[in-house]
Design a protein around this ligand. Sequence first.
Ligand code: AMP
Ligand code: MG
Length: 518
Amino acid sequence: MSDIIRSSSSKGWPYECFDTQILRAEPSLIRFEEASSSRPQLPSIVPASESDRSDLFASTQRSLNIAATELRNGNVVAFPTETVYGLGADATNALAVSKIYRAKGRPSDNPLIVHISDTSMLDELVEKSDVSPKESNISAAYQCLIDAFWPGSLTLLFPVRRLHPSSKDKGKQRAVLPDIVTSGLQTVGLRMPSHPLARSLIAQVGRPIAAPSSNASGRPSPTTAQHVFYDLGGPLDADLIKGERSETNGGINGNALQTPRGRIRYILDGGPCYVGLESTVIDGITDPGEIRILRPGGVTVEEISFALASRNLLVDENGENHADSTGKVRVRVYGKDMERSAAQEANPTTPGMKYKHYSPNARVVLVDVGSSSARANGAVCTLKDMLQAELGPLAETAGAEAAHIGFMAPAGSNLAQAVASLASRSASESEGASRVKKFSMHLDGNHARTAALFLYDLGAPESPGEGAQRLFAGLRVLDEAPQKCQVIFVETMKADRIGLAIMNRLEKAASERISIDL
Ligand code: AMP
Ligand code: MG
């Protein structure tokens, strides 16, 4: 793999448009088994049980074959992972990777995470140690995190392997991956996904797969094949042309303007993603005494600290001041116990800082319900006040149509109950699209008018993982027809465990934060 940088002839979207096809595949029917010394013929894709040697297994294999061939041919394919849907390309092929950036409208200085199917790919991609060149640069802390969380939603930054210069390199060392993957950095972010379709696909291609989320840049990450289809299969471009959306990204050219077709040929559909938020990104190489969490994600800070502590790799904050030669580390979270820096945030390597992220067309407003800190500084209003304040400006923008206001809250939360009781006083409630309840209500005052309220259920409050899994889907459902909310109010939650990652995404999606007292 290492010394071939591959090429292909086509340039992808917007030079080409596609009739995007959804390839159905059933993840529960396949099991991924990694090669081992006792079973060197693996990895292989096997039916999960004998009785499942069905048509569906055959069609899953067919879908995987089509997707793998497309990737081997230097094109992009959207595929499910446990976190979100990715837009993959052969990471060793610069032209293939350039198609990812074009299809998404992604800024070219934002490096990509490279996905691997097994540990042999890790050895190929990571620079060997200076001290002992046969060994990879994997610290005790990294080995612990790999053992605990791979395959899974954890990305680790590694020094990228350099190749011995060939005569045409004029003595200059080249990285094993093209610069377009790493933005020319000396590091590469690697992840081994746990989703059986993702892992099987990568293994079948036999090459590492560079893959960011498969949304149009700036929009909420996709957690179903239908979300990907909306962004990259044509409908988003059609809406942009009709003027129904305000995004300017994506660079639709004249060609696409006349016939808004797909930006990619295939979407491998494995159903909804089960984590729903992107991976946790860790930098354990800038300071070997620290595990720096650059982006909170599917694996929580608490889980990371627990795994390190259980191997005695965590610095004892009371006893020891410095990481010592035993490889102990401190866990630090960017923006929480690592100071934020403007210089760092101008840099795309601090995930999600430099660019607009996760934003639907609607305005997103975070709502702290009954927070005591807000009460102390007096900036608190009631739900009714909040809606009243909202309806004035909406009356101007929504014209004669009813204002559409979205809410996202855990089932039965104070905010969910308040919305239901406020609206039921004046109107009836009916079921809308999946997980959305629709209410209508009338507010008096200077801007007397009817508002349609849409409440999206973020799941049981005691299982915030459900909220994580539904978060991006909720933003999309409330943003798109028939809801088409002009504003979406999202109830905040405690920023710990998976709540840290949820709040991180919400803070980037939102333009405001308010406090209400119920
Ligand atoms: P995503 O937008 O989900 O693909 O996230 C990828 C993020 O991971 C990037 O925006 C970077 O912030 C981070 N990342 C990926 N590769 C590297 C790298 N080589 N060095 C530093 N950060 C990286
Ligand atoms: Mg993304």
